[in-house]
Design a protein around this ligand. Structure first.
Ligand SMILES: [Zn+2]
Length: 455
């Protein structure tokens, strides 16, 4: 009797293991099936050069950015558009990790759970949220500089423009791409995958903390004599701003005031507000993870804290995370999470299910956001000039980030529009471009003008 009992138990255990294995396989099949199909081992989906030979990538209004003709991958016929959309569309060698041809290959194969890769002869259609024309304008506006330009709808999450430079023509890959400094980091999508010294755009975070933690901020004044000594560090300013209230100090982007604010707030409060703003988190943009920003608050000296409060020192931010923070300021503290895939259409003509797109966490309290937005609008009126942004209720902050001895600073310009019919947040970075407002502000103005006003 005992022997039979033991055998029954063994059988039960074996059956359980089998069921468990089936369960694991089924779960992995449901989640990973698309990428199994699009794996390069499936030769019928790839041509002899190893290029994905099925599927069409389109922009938001249906311009074909990359298709297939006679088994060969084709691209848009304008070389500048090809360069401007490279980091969204992808290359033929698989070097651009964020490109649709690589990152969203499973959607291009036309694979689905019911039919497998049955429709794969034609492949699916993948509509990106970007507009080829906006990318073209942004790429032209960068004028040969490295950097990134992005604009997104903070109410829906659609990324309308995403450019990273340096770029290159995927149909005519330069022979010296690996050796010419001009192409350094060309494979990298700077918007999603890089971090940079933010300079004064980070003062939006320091100001958020000050608005909430320093009760008499409104009634205070500071005098800027061009620099201030904090601990071992001399914090230099871009000018000699004299006596200022908080609004003037923000519009003047006064380092003297903001370094003292950071010191007064303390490292743990600065860390708390930086983390809350989402700048040390990673976002998932249709599964593509953004680079996390990094800061060195631990064991920081007062002088270093002063520099950190004005976006210098060890501060590093990711452009996409900064753009989301701008969207949150515009949108009552929470912004829609950014995404790149507008929709997919299967070979059988079936559209994808509508997406359930989430919001960010509360990156800033809603009443603080309203005050900050108004102060950012004042920046444009007092300093940058409203005439450069026609028909836009624009709120912005510039940054001119020092990046080392003898190097031209990075130019930043970031912010958002409060227009009801143009709810866009944006970020512009021109590496070693010079003045934030003059250089990056001009790039932002050109791109936003096309998006908001057309021609
Ligand atoms: Zn100053």
């Amino acid at each position: 009797m005992k022997k039979i009992e033991q055998r029954a138990i063994l059988c039960c255990v074996l059956a359980l293991v089998l069921a468990l294995g089936l369960g694991v396989f089924l779960a992995r099949y449901l989640v990973r099936g698309g990428s199994w199909v699009s794996s390069p081992f499936n030769r019928h989906l790839y041509n002899t050069s190893g290029q994905l030979a099925v599927g069409t990538v389109l922009d938001r209004d249906g311009d074909v950015l990359s298709g297939v003709e006679n088994g060969q991958r084709t691209y848009y016929d304008n070389a500048t558009v090809r360069k401007a959309t490279l980091h969204a569309v992808g290359d033929l060698q698989g070097n651009i990790g964020t490109g649709a041809l690589n990152a969203f290959a499973d959607k291009l194969t036309g694979y689905n759970l019911l039919n497998g890769a049955f429709g794969a002869a034609q492949g699916g259609e993948l509509y990106l949220t970007i507009d080829a024309r906006y990318n073209y304008e942004a790429y032209e506006a960068l004028n040969g500089h490295a950097g990134t330009v992005a604009v997104y709808n903070y109410k829906t999450g659609e990324i309308l423009c995403m450019v990273s430079a340096p770029s290159y023509d995927p149909l005519n890959v330069p022979e010296d791409i690996e050796t010419n400094p001009r192409y350094e980091g060309a494979y990298l999508n700077r918007f999603l995958s890089s971090t940079f010294t933010p300079g004064s755009i980070f003062k939006t975070v320091t100001l958020t903390a000050a608005l909430e933690k320093i009760p008499d901020l409104d009634s205070r004044t500071w005098t800027c004599e061009g620099s201030v000594q904090i601990g071992d560090e001399t914090i230099v300013c871009s000018g000699t701003h004299g006596q200022q209230n908080i609004g003037d100090a923000f519009a003047n982007s006064c380092n003297v005031v903001f370094a003292q604010l950071a010191q007064e707030l303390g490292a743990s409060t600065m860390k708390q507000y930086t983390d809350k703003a989402g700048l040390t988190d990673s976002y998932s943009v249709d599964g593509l993870p953004t680079a996390k920003g990094s800061f060195a608050w631990e064991g920081i000296t007062d002088g270093q804290l002063g520099w950190a409060g004005v976006g210098q020192g060890q501060d590093q931010v990711n452009p996409c995370a900064m753009m989301c923070y701008m969207g949150a300021i515009a949108n009552g503290g929470k912004a829609a999470k950014p995404y790149l895939i507008e929709k997919t259409v299967s070979p059988l003509g079936l559209p994808s299910l509508p997406r359930l797109n989430g919001k960010t966490s509360q990156l800033i309290a809603s009443d603080t956001a309203e005050i900050l937005a108004e102060m950012m609008a004042q920046n444009v009126q007092k300093t940058y000039g409203t005439g450069r942004f026609p028909n836009m209720d624009i709120c912005a902050k510039s940054g001119t980030a020092e990046v080392g001895e003898g190097k031209t600073p990075h130019a930043w310009f970031t912010g958002f529009l409060r227009n009801e019919d143009a709810p866009y947040a944006f970020v512009v970075l021109v590496e070693n471009g010079g003045g934030g407002s003059s250089v990056a502000g001009t790039v932002a103005g050109k791109v936003l003008d096309v998006i908001v006003n057309g021609y």
